[in-house]
Design a protein around this ligand. Structure first.
Ligand SMILES: [Zn+2]
Length: 387
């Protein structure tokens, strides 16, 4: 942010970010400032516990405010600003105090504990995931919790190795790129743009076995022939589009009550091409609206689904030379840690903005309060403004 003084403390920097997000939201989107003490019970919406569904979208890869919520960035997120934010309760300050790597940060969001697993290893989270709490406490089948994730590196995200949980209690993880790779022959190269595994370390892409299983997933679970899937994938311009396509297919076929989609296109910023980074933000903005519209037009979801949109973390500020402007998230500065969250759905107050600091680890306890399970090992607190 150009106006940020160089000598400001991390605390001052994040407060400044919060104020500018709030001011922008109030002027551009006409939001009112919410009271921290006002509780709006979800039950007031009259949705019975058994019918409640939650969709979590991580606004993946992290974007700076100057390309999103700052006045000069709003043109990149027209759908969030005009359509989604006015219907949402918006939190301007969601602080991530953990490790800023995509897999480990997403695992932290999913466990409610700042995980310390190696970001670039094929390891499960160490603490129970939201999927395990949900399935164990509410006795839900495996078909009721799904993760759609961007790269092979996320294949263990659905289930921890915690001894009281784990062991078949997690979410099924679907990796659309892996599915696509499994469905194409070695000679086909039309899909290369969809198959790049991550934007940070071309050296790391765990080889996953199980092509047979993947193809069975495609045909029996998604009810999609390999040929139809390939033909459709060819029309898509990015991995996140492929993820949303698969997520919508899952909604139609299985209607899971807990669906988690990790977006990742924005992270192409690491490649240093500003225009591709902006394109990623604009696409993610559009896909978030498409998911909300899909929820509204599906009788299994309409009127009983709470949707959360939040980044795993931000990106480094311009002020820090180690961050190279928009490109990376490796300095751990205040701006790369201070993210946001919007929440939409029945019983959620519309057009309200909260400045109170919450943490990435508060998501799981909040989901527990909404869906009715007890995330006993999560460190965060349920967000009172949503309950
Ligand atoms: Zn990244």
């Amino acid at each position: 942010m150009k106006t940020v003084p160089k000598l400001a403390s991390p605390h001052e920097l994040s407060l400044q970010l919060v104020r500018s997000r709030r001011d922008f939201l109030r002027s551009a989107a006409g939001l009112t400032l919410g009271s921290a003490l006002l509780h709006t019970p979800l039950v007031r919406a009259g949705v019975p516990a058994k019918k409640r569904k939650v969709v979590v979208i991580t606004f993946g890869g992290g974007a700076r405010d100057q390309e999103t919520f700052a006045p000069e960035g709003q043109e990149n997120i027209p759908n969030l600003v005009r359509e989604l934010i006015p219907q949402s309760t918006f939190f301007t300050q969601v602080v991530n105090r953990g490790i800023l790597g995509h897999y480990v940060a997403t695992a932290s969001l999913a466990t409610g504990v700042y995980e310390t697993i190696n970001n670039f290893a094929s390891l499960p989270p160490e603490h129970p995931t939201v999927f395990e709490y949900f399935r164990k406490d509410l006795k839900r089948p495996s078909t009721d919790a799904w993760v759609v994730a961007p790269s092979n590196g996320f294949n263990r995200i659905g289930e921890s190795n915690h001894r009281a949980y784990g062991g078949g209690l997690g979410a099924s993880v679907i990796l659309p790129k892996h599915l696509l790779a499994a469905s194409m022959s070695a000679r086909e190269t039309d899909y290369e743009h969809l198959l790049r595994d991550n934007y940070e370390t071309p050296l790391y892409a765990p080889a996953l076995g199980g092509n047979e299983f993947q193809l069975r997933q495609l045909e029996s679970i998604l009810r999609l022939s390999v040929d139809d899937f390939k033909a459709h994938a060819l029309t898509l311009s990015s991995p996140d589009e492929l993820s949303v396509y698969i997520a919508r297919r899952l909604m139609r076929q299985l209607a899971p009550s807990l669906l988690w989609i990790t977006m990742h296109d924005i992270d192409i910023a690491h490649a240093g091409a500003y225009s591709l980074y902006i394109e990623g933000i604009r696409r993610t903005d559009r896909l978030c609206l498409e998911m909300w519209q899909a929820i509204q037009s599906d009788p299994e979801y309409a009127g009983n689904t709470t949707m959360f949109i939040l980044p795993d973390f931000g990106r480094d500020s311009d002020e820090d030379s180690g961050g190279n402007g928009f490109q990376h998230h490796r300095t751990g500065d205040a701006l790369s840690r201070t993210t946001w969250m919007m929440v939409l759905g029945p019983g959620i107050r519309e057009g309200v903005v909260h400045d109170r600091a919450t943490q990435s680890t508060d998501l799981v306890p909040t989901l527990g309060a909404i869906l009715g399970f007890s995330p006993s090992l999560a460190q965060g607190q349920p967000i009172a403004e949503l309950l």
